[in-house]
Design a protein around this ligand. Sequence first.
Ligand code: ADP
Ligand code: MG
Ligand code: MG
Length: 199
Amino acid sequence: MLDADFFRRWMTAAAASVDREAERLTALDSPIGDADHGSNLQRGFRAVTDALAKEPPATPGAVLTQAGRLLISTVGGASGPLYGTLLRRTGKSLGDAAEVDAGQLAEALRAGVDAVRQLGGAAPGDKTMIDALVPAVEALGDSFAAARTAAEEGAVATTPLQARKGRASYLGERSIGHQDPGATSAALLIAALVDASAE
Ligand code: ADP
Ligand code: MG
Ligand code: MG
């Protein structure tokens, strides 16, 4: 079973991974964006870990809704509201249970990803974070490790795609040949589930 402490470890591991990979995320956002994806997420996840350290929420759902709220309020840029919505809706779907199992997390994350699709209007193949998140949710029923692999493969598979949503879509065909920064960070978020369960 996964308790509030597991969800705090997930957010902390995600923040650490964003810190490690911030330069790479910003570099990916440079040819097809405005070179701020790494710094955007660093700012947001720092706010999340600061708040978790100060006043840790008592339930899995509360950890994620608080994290989502903070991402929305601290990240300027498209990814803030999108990741914020992902975590908030996932957290709401978990309700106020003290512990959830992996199947419940998979179901809740599916609702979160659906909310991101609704907010941003992106479908699979549009070269966005959705291309990592959708396969991750599909694989989450098997294991966190399978979800991580699926997300990483989904991120890599954005390279040959033409962007149809977000800033990269302004480039039209010139967006082809570059890995999407948001799909890359989404894979980091999913990979952090493995870190959280290993601790
Ligand atoms: P901004 O483009 O405002 O600078 P970021 O650089 O932080 O924001 O985030 C860019 C990432 O956000 C993209 O790589 C893409 O994965 C994701 N993104 C942008 N627009 C959408 C959308 N409509 N739906 C889903 N994801 C999106
Ligand atoms: Mg950007
Ligand atoms: Mg920006």
